[in-house]
Ligand binder design. Structure first.
Ligand code: ADP
Ligand code: MG
Length: 216
């Protein structure tokens, strides 16, 4: 059993997209997955509600701004899931902090803009604060290059800029049309476009995460 939180203080950087698509990749690896939608805007729930795919079966809303409800739902979800993914909201540090307090791994997605990097520092600070509070090596913290324009300098340089911030960097997720199209059909990329490059990217990301989790 493992808990993965996807966090970041900036909106629009791909947190919910990564949480939803990772759910599909872990399910494809034979794991039972729960996804907790802890963003009061509930965009992951809205995505799930567009269709009848995997997300419609594993996404659960956390009510409003309640960190208590998050704690309760995590406790319940971890009893019957191999993987619990928590999608956290931007601009709500207390929810992201609560998620980091219970998570084995915190993923911090970062887009290619220099402004994204500034916001990332804040999110990293929060995750490190949770780790200090727990007096533990957990949560482990990893950066995920997100919405990367693969054939641009900005895209190529992102992984290097992230490495320079002192945390390990996971395989990147490119900015691709199928990702947005999948959302409109209520499906994950694994379901909507299984032979796409995008699916391959999410698969690589899930494999890298699985290796980290296997270390305990
Ligand atoms: N890799 C990607 N390629 C294309 N569009 C993406 C990608 N990741 C996210 N998006 C789009 O960008 C917008 C914001 O993504 P979202 O996951 O909701 O960000 P956050 O949860 O960080 O606010 C959404 O419209 C989503 O469909
Ligand atoms: Mg979101």
């Amino acid at each position: 059993m493992a808990i993965i939180a996807v966090a970041g203080q900036k909106g629009g950087i791909g947190k919910s997209t990564i949480a939803g698509n990772l759910a599909a990749e872990f399910a494809a690896m034979g794991r039972t997955v729960s996804v907790l939608d802890a963003d009061p805007q509930h965009s992951l729930t809205a995505w799930a509600d567009q269709g009848e795919g995997l997300l419609s079966e594993c996404v659960e809303k956390v009510s409003g701004h309640s960190t208590d409800d998050l704690r309760d739902k995590v406790r319940r979800a971890e009893k019957n899931s191999d993987i619990v993914l928590i999608d956290t909201p931007p601009g709500m540090p207390e929810m992201a902090y609560q998620a980091a307090l219970v998570a084995d791994l915190v993923l911090l997605p970062c887009g290619p803009s220099p402004l994204d990097l500034f916001a990332l520092k804040e999110a990293l600070g929060l995750a490190l604060k949770a780790r200090a509070q727990r007096r533990s090596k957990k949560p482990r913290i990893r950066f995920v290059p997100s919405k990367v324009l693969m054939n641009t300098n900005l895209g190529r340089n992102l992984s290097t800029s992230l490495e320079n911030m002192g945390k390990k960097v996971l395989p990147p997720i490119g900015q691709r049309v199928v990702v947005a199209e999948a959302v409109m059909t209520g499906l994950t990329v694994a379901e909507y476009a299984p032979s796409s490059v995008s699916h391959h990217e999410f698969q690589q990301l899930a494999k890298a995460i699985d290796k980290i989790l296997a270390r305990g």
